[in-house]
Structures are given as C-alpha cells and as structure tokens.
Design a protein around this ligand. Structure first.
Ligand SMILES: Cc1cc2nc3c(=O)[nH]c(=O)nc-3n(C[C@H](O)[C@H](O)[C@H](O)COP(=O)(O)OP(=O)(O)OC[C@H]3O[C@@H](n4cnc5c(N)ncnc54)[C@H](O)[C@@H]3O)c2cc1C
Length: 433
C-alpha cells in the first residue's frame, strides 16, 4: 500500500455500468478497489442506452474525462428541431396516428438534450478510465460472509476465499448481495418482482430503418397502442437504430428470470394491429431468434447496506426502463458513494459512509423505480388517470422527467459529505480522539 492509499480494502462484485462507474469515481478519490466479475470478459447486451442530464452530470462530477468521452460516442435526434425532445408519442396503429390525430405528443424540455449510445461503446469508455488489472474475470462470487461487522469474506467459484474491509454489490437485479443485505430485516424484499411486461430487443441499421420508416427513423419515437408499444431511437453515432417492443402480460412470468426464445409466429402475433411498417422493421428473424425478455424490478428496498456490505445499481433498485433512468440512477449511486469513500480515514468509518449513502440515495432511487412502473402502465394506455388521452400522457411525462433529469446532484454530494463529517466527528469525540 502506498503512503497516500487509505488503510482499508474495497471489493466490487460485478463489472456492469454500476461497478465500473464506482471504480471510475473511486480512482478520482484515490481509493483503490478490485472488481470481481463472473463473466470471462466485458459483455454488453447488443442494445442502446439513453442518458439524461442527471446521468451526464454524475459522469462529470465523478470524472470530467468520463463526460467528455461519453460526448464522443453519444448521438441525439437526427432533426435539429428535435434536439430537446426525449421522444414523440404517436400511435402504433396504421398510419401512426395521421388518420386520427394521435401523434405529436412531444416529451421535451428546453434544457434537455436527447442523447443515447450503444452499450458496448459506453462500456469501452468506462473500462478505459479504470486502472489496468482492476477487473478480475471468471471470478463468480458464491458466498459473502461478514464477521461481526469487521472483515467481509468472498468465496469464489474457483475455491479462492478473499477478505476485504467492505464489499459493494454491483451484481445486478439477480445479484446475491441483495440477499446478504436484506435477509435479516427485509427478506420479503429480496426477490425481484415481475413488471407484467416482456420486451423484444433489436438493433437495425439506420439505412434499413429509413428504408422502412422514412423520416420517422431518425428521431426517438414511442409508438403506442393498448397493452403494447415500440420505442425506437438512433444510436452508434446515428448509424444504427435501437428498438424495444413492450408487451403487457397479465400472467405471472413462468420459470427463470431470463429471456426465452419464441417462434416467429408467436412474435408476430404480438405485433397484431401495428402499422405494417413497424411489423416489417421488427421482423428480423432472418438474423436472430426472437426472444421475449421479461422485465423485473425492485419496487421496495428499505436499505442499501448491512454492516460492511452495500448495494449499488440494479442490485439495489432495478426498475422498468420506461423512463430510461435505471443506469443513470446507478451513476448517481456511484457518484455519492465514491465521494463518501474518499472521506473515509479508517475501516471503522466504512459503515457510516454506507449509512449516509443509503439515506441520501434510497428515497430518490426507489421513487424512480415506483414511477417507472406507473409510467409503463400509462404508456400501455391503460392508466386510470390518462387512458388514451395523448395530451394528458404527454403532460404527465413532461412533469415527471424533469424531476429525474434536473435533480441537484451537487447538493446531494454536499449533503452527503457534510453529514458524514458530522457523524464521524461525533464518533471521534465519543472515542476521545
Ligand atoms: C430493455 C431495457 C432498456 C434499458 N434502457 C435504459 C436506458 O435507456 N437508460 C438507462 O439509464 N437505463 C436503462 N436500462 C437499465 C440499465 O440497463 C440498468 O440499470 C443497468 O445496466 C444496470 O447496471 P448494473 O451494473 O447495476 O447491473 P448489470 O448490468 O446487471 O451488471 C451486473 C454485473 O454483475 C455480474 N455478476 C452478477 N453476479 C455475480 C457474481 N455472483 N459474481 C461476480 N459477478 C457477478 C454480472 O455478470 C454483470 O456483469 C434499461 C434496461 C432494460 C432491461
């Protein structure tokens, strides 16, 4: 350990967006960490990801280079007049609403700029910002054991056992750290709940999307009808279009919380009633086997830590993607937690850092989870308050999203730091130091 390094050790489980973001933030605070990842290499779902202003601000506050590099890979809407639009609501039915006026619901804000990227490009940026050797692959964690609030021991699939002063579980929606944190006090919250929705995911070239959709291809759209919908937006610097089809499903999800292959006929039966252009865009079975991906979430997570084990990202607050906010919440977590860990002077203060982190982050992140589920229902046009009323739906989205996008993260960081300093001062006084 170099003289400037803090006298405690941190392990992160999981090298997804959450784990890598935390490592980026910690590097800027001179806090070394090790990441243990089950997969043999970095792996991103072939899909896009949208980033709101809060996500960009979190990147900037963690490491300015992160924000600059994201700037290089992002893309907005194709038309300059759509710069500030998150998406346009329009009908998924024949004519995209041109026959009955059900189009033009502009979800936008003058201070918002649409931005998305390919997940693979985002992971490339993130891994370039952490020191070489930080991520250890093929290291699936099988057990996490805490000893009376002191060391935390990780048991790996290869039999190795390593001890750390603290462990951050960035192991995603099905991660095992969730059980470690919640088992004692909130066991009923551990399992993720089905959002009563599954999705189809697909990427196609912008060229192909333009051939099929014409000018609709170049800007973000949410095509809606009762119980289903389709989101499209440009990624890969405008070379590709990301597509997600949402299907409401009243039945419980059977079997594993994982994607299932279906036949082309089953998939096409889900698209009944869509404009033929959408069906043509979505029928990509020459390239891939159609898959239904179930959406699960964590509507309740009462605490994000237990002793020296702490949750970050989807392991804490997986949400439905209807507000494109899940990864952004993980970035916010990483910002607040890395700043707090940067203040920790000895292992005895680690739990205090987790306590403050959980108190600051849990109310906001859980509100995003709850609201994202409500928005999902609204966008299926079955919400009791909005029904099919495009004006009400647009107004509602325009009220909700700014609360996510323009939240004052600088104030969160300041509040967290001040609170931590006050608590540790009290601890020092009690200990007579
Ligand atoms: C269809 C869809 C669209 C979305 N769109 C957006 C969007 O536009 N904007 C946005 O902000 N968010 C979006 N999200 C949400 C976003 O994808 C997630 O919030 C984010 O990827 C979660 O990152 P994470 O690092 O917390 O978890 P994960 O990405 O799940 O990473 C967890 C990592 O931990 C590893 N791991 C798990 N268990 C172990 C173990 N025992 N030992 C070692 N390693 C382990 C896994 O292999 C994995 O690499 C979307 C989600 C979906 C489903």
């Amino acid at each position: 350990m170099s003289p400037t390094e803090p006298p405690f050790s941190i392990a992160i489980i999981g090298a997804g967006i959450g784990g890598l973001a935390l490592a980026i933030g910690l590097r800027k605070q001179n806090v070394p960490c090790k990441i243990y990842e089950a997969a043999p290499r970095f792996d991103a779902v072939g899909a896009g990801i949208g980033m709101g202003p809060n996500s960009l601000r979190a990147m900037e506050l963690m490491d300015e280079e992160f924000a600059k590099m994201y700037d290089e890979i992002k893309v907005g809407n194709g038309f300059p007049e759509k710069l500030h639009e998150q998406f346009e609501m329009l009908s998924a039915e024949q004519g995209f609403g041109s026959l009955n006026g059900w189009h033009g619901g502009s979800v936008s804000h003058p201070k918002f700029e649409r931005s998305s990227a390919h997940r693979k490009a985002l992971l490339e940026v993130m891994k370039s910002l952490i020191p070489k050797g930080t991520v250890n692959f093929n290291k699936k964690v099988l057990r996490v054991d805490q000893t009376e609030g002191k060391k935390v021991y990780l048991t790996f699939c290869d039999g190795e056992i390593l001890g750390f002063d603290a462990v951050i579980g960035c192991d995603g929606i099905k991660g095992l750290t969730r059980g470690v944190v919640l088992a004692k006090r909130y066991p009923e919250e551990i399992a993720a709940k089905y959002c009563n929705t599954y999705v189809y995911r697909h990427i196609c070239t912008m060229k192909e999307a333009k051939r099929i959709l014409g000018p609709y291809a170049e800007n973000a759209k949410w095509y809606m009808r009762e119980g289903r919908g389709c989101v499209t937006y440009p990624i890969s610097k405008g070379e590709e279009v990301n597509i997600v089809v949402f299907m409401r499903d009243e039945k419980p999800w059977k079997g594993e919380q994982a994607a299932v292959e279906v036949s082309r006929e089953e998939m096409l039966s889900d698209f009944k009633g869509f404009d033929q252009r959408l069906v043509m865009l979505l029928d990509n079975t020459q390239n891939t086997k159609p898959c239904r991906w179930p959406l699960f979430h964590h509507p309740n997570t009462s605490t994000y830590y237990e002793g020296r084990v702490c949750l970050l990202g989807d392991s804490a607050h997986a949400s439905s993607p209807s507000q494109a906010a899940g990864a952004g919440q993980g970035l916010e977590d990483a910002l607040v937690l890395s700043r707090l860990l940067g203040l920790v002077k000895n292992p005895g203060q680690l739990e205090t850092a987790f306590q403050v982190y959980s108190s600051i982050r849990q109310p906001r992140a859980q509100a995003v989870v709850q609201e994202s589920q409500e928005v999902l229902v609204a966008h299926f046009l079955v919400h009791p308050r909005f029904g099919r009323d495009i004006q009400k739906l647009t107004d509602d989205a325009n009220k909700r999203l700014p609360l996510i996008w323009f939240h004052d993260l600088d104030a969160d960081v300041k509040a967290a730091e001040n609170w931590f300093k006050a608590l540790t001062r009290q601890m020092d006084m009690r200990n007579g130091s």
